[in-house]
Design a protein around this ligand. Structure first.
Ligand SMILES: NC(=O)c1ccc[n+]([C@@H]2O[C@H](COP(=O)([O-])OP(=O)(O)OC[C@H]3O[C@@H](n4cnc5c(N)ncnc54)[C@H](O)[C@@H]3O)[C@@H](O)[C@H]2O)c1
Length: 329
């Protein structure tokens, strides 16, 4: 088992690692997961962890990362006398990490929570960094908190049941971390087809990049914003699809966002990056920017009519706080 030490919590990575989790100090434990049990993640968890706990299952997917799911969870915690000696375990993808972290950090002004991410995306991104958010009025991540989990257990056995589209969704965040921070990592990634990499190695590298960036700026006031590369337009695309029948994964929206945001970049490597992303996401298509304006106007980083982009200067180098007038997009 490998580990990464963050400011006030630890991340553990490996296979069959859940049995190392220590839960003895908690009087009450609640396991939060989603209802999509085709993946048998609860069965695997129960096999590894012998403690007693309550289980809350919420509807799966982005559309349910909302205030009604939060109200149901707060209700359950309140009716079952959860308090400062309790623990919430978030077992699932980024939606579960986000909602669970939000509920835990707000209930009784904060109870401990532990993240056990089960999708590649949540392993490399959503389970660490301390941001916990929900969507509101059809716009992405409008309400949220900053609070770190007490620890994160990344058991890569969960990846065995992941569908290809979910796998790719996480892979895009790995690609993003290389693009913004580490050109050698990009060289490694782009040297092979995504399936031929050692995934544990990629997760470890990617987490270390996010950790380093977050520790420079935990509350997203400056340099942490480079993690938003591809996400300003990517989140607008996700919001656009929230209101549509056809659904899109977070990573696919970010892949489109990266391609569209590269228009504002002067790097000579644009075509190389776009070619690699398109080799992974074969049927990727851009969304007309005019459909996204309404959502871009709600981006948290905006100043008046100016949209705040993180722009790739070169592979491994990204710049933040680049403002573009909404009329010039
Ligand atoms: N807070 C942050 O820092 C942060 C960072 C990145 C993304 N996010 C958020 O994460 C969310 C996306 O996360 P996601 O892509 O994991 O989506 P998700 O949580 O909706 O999971 C995707 C699907 O995979 C299923 N699933 C989970 N584990 C599985 C497994 N082991 N095998 C098979 N299926 C499994 C889930 O049931 C779900 O249907 C978005 O809401 C995004 O905004 C947050």
């Amino acid at each position: 088992m490998k580990s990464i030490i963050c400011e006030n919590y630890k991340i553990f990575i490996g296979e069959n690692i859940l049995r190392n989790i220590q839960l003895d100090s908690y009087k009450k434990i609640c396991l939060l997961t989603d209802k999509n049990q085709k993946n048998n993640i609860i069965d695997y968890f129960l096999k590894e962890i012998k403690s007693e706990f309550d289980i809350i299952e919420i509807e799966s997917s982005e559309i349910n990362k909302n205030i009604s799911s939060v109200l149901n969870i707060w209700n359950f915690l309140s009716q079952n006398n959860y308090n400062k000696n309790s623990l919430i375990i978030n077992l699932g993808g980024g939606v579960i990490c986000d909602i669970g972290g939000f509920c835990a950090s707000t209930f009784k002004r904060g109870v401990d929570f532990l993240n056990i991410p089960t999708t590649l995306l949540s392993m490399v991104d959503a389970s660490i960094g301390g941001k916990n958010g929900i969507n509101f009025l059809g716009f992405k991540n409008q309400i949220g908190t900053f609070k770190n989990p007490i620890s994160v257990y990344i058991d890569t056995n969960f990846l065995n049941t992941l569908e290809t589209n979910q796998w790719l969704s996480g892979y895009v965040e790995i690609v993003k971390s290389a693009l913004i921070y580490d050109s050698d990592f990009w060289t490694l990634l782009s040297s092979k087809f995504y399936k031929n990499h050692n995934i544990n190695e990629l997760i470890f590298k990617s987490l270390n990049i996010k950790k380093e960036i977050v520790e420079k700026d935990p509350f997203d006031k400056g340099p942490r914003k480079i993690l938003n590369f591809g996400h300003t337009i990517g989140h607008a695309i996700e919001s656009f699809y929230l209101n549509k029948k056809k659904k899109i994964t977070h990573g696919k929206a970010i892949a489109m966002g990266i391609i569209m945001e590269l228009k504002y970049s002067r790097t000579r490597k644009k075509n190389e990056i776009i070619k690699y992303i398109k080799s992974i996401y074969k049927e990727i298509e851009e969304v007309d920017i005019n459909h996204l304006i309404k959502y871009l106007k709600h981006d948290k980083k905006n100043e008046d009519n100016l949209i705040n982009f993180s722009i790739l200067k070169d592979i491994g180098k990204c710049d933040f706080n680049n403002y573009i007038n909404i009329d010039d997009l």
